[in-house]
Design a protein around this ligand. Structure first.
Ligand SMILES: [Zn+2]
Ligand SMILES: [Zn+2]
Length: 347
């Protein structure tokens, strides 16, 4: 009986799915489908938490009529948080292969320009010149990236030890292969399941703003809940239970968000990533560096400037060299009174 009922039902479901996939081809990919479900769940979660108080709290509806700016400000923050979520999850974290491609294209353009300027002089044996130059150009493509990256490591480093076995690309310092994205990411921080993407050089700043907005929204929503519970209006007991349960969930989320915000603010000020902090002993070039010494830090002000403004600057991909022995020695030097006066930690 079950088979008899299941057959036509399953057939109808499959036909509906096929029609849906034809209308929206992007949904045929399971990974994209799960990413879309995650985003839909997030929007629903936000709508439930924010909407329930507006449905149950008559005082708030009254207040909205009298002082619409209060609710309008809340709605603006609500929309901005969701927009920031979607923008962050849609922004590339800065994949190493993309950076390599960009370097290759720039190198190819330079070589093409050079070739065009030399063309008239070599018109007699043009075909030979182009063939030879093409070979050199291809070799040059590989060496442009290799040279650029190897210059960031101390002399004597072997490219073989720095090549990702999955992407077959030489990783610059601070890059790491993400097994979820199956790509190497520049300045890898972590893979965020909530956003469904890696957090790296390209979207770390947006990620920080997203946590910041989410924290503010969480605080404001908690205030709305507490105001509702403290009001003297008569209401059903189940409404109180719903609000208390949601408030507990909100407060737990708020503690987590505040800790995350503080943690990432500390990372930004010291120019570190979560991966570097957590796996310091496993990263070859960080192993020998003493604790509390931040090898990539350029002072709090410069770190903040690079974090906030470098993503918007002309150089899309920023790769940092490993500090030299002298620079490390300077960083490990203990602090003196004169250092405090000269703001050594800031600049
Ligand atoms: Zn890789
Ligand atoms: Zn990832």
């Amino acid at each position: 009986m079950g088979v008899l009922c299941g057959g036509p039902l399953r057939g109808a479901w499959d036909r509906a799915c096929d029609r849906c996939f034809r209308l929206f081809p992007c949904l045929s990919d399971p990974a994209r489908r799960s990413a879309l479900s995650l985003k839909l769940a997030l929007v629903m979660l936000h709508l439930v938490f924010a909407g329930v108080v507006f449905v149950l709290d008559n005082d708030l509806i009254q207040k909205t009529r009298q002082e619409p700016w209060y609710t309008v400000s809340y709605v603006i923050l609500f929309v901005a948080t969701l927009v920031q979520y979607f923008v962050t999850s849609g922004t590339s974290p800065g994949f190493v292969l993309e950076a390599q491609k960009a370097i290759d294209e720039r190198d190819a353009l330079e070589r093409r320009t050079l070739l065009a300027s030399k063309q008239p002089a070599s018109s007699k044996n043009g075909s030979v010149f182009i063939t030879v130059d093409r070979t050199n150009y291809q070799r040059g493509n590989a060496s442009a990236w290799t040279k650029l990256v190897m210059d960031l490591y101390p002399p004597g480093s072997s490219p073989r030890n720095l090549t990702c076995t999955y992407c077959n690309v030489i990783q610059p310092p601070r890059a790491k292969h993400c097994h979820d994205c199956d790509k190497c990411v520049l300045q890898f921080d972590h893979h965020c399941v909530w956003l469904g993407t890696c957090i790296g050089q390209g979207n770390h700043c947006r990620f920080w703003w997203y946590i910041c907005e989410e924290t503010a929204l969480c605080i404001w929503t908690s205030i709305l809940y507490i105001t509702y519970l403290k009001s003297n209006i008569s209401r059903a007991w189940w409404a109180d239970v719903i609000i208390i349960l949601l408030l507990v969930a909100l407060l737990i989320s708020l503690i987590f968000l505040l800790l995350l915000l503080l943690f990432h603010s500390y990372l930004i000020m010291t120019n570190q990533t979560t991966y570097e902090l957590v796996r310091r002993r496993r990263i070859v070039y960080l192993r020998a560096i003493p604790e509390r010494v931040y090898p990539f830090s350029k002072g709090i002000c410069r770190n903040l400037y690079l974090f906030c403004c470098a993503a918007q600057s002309s150089s899309k991909y920023r790769m940092e060299a490993l500090p030299s022995a002298e620079e490390l020695e300077e960083k490990t030097r203990p602090y003196k009174c004169s250092d405090v006066l000269s703001c050594r930690c800031c600049c």
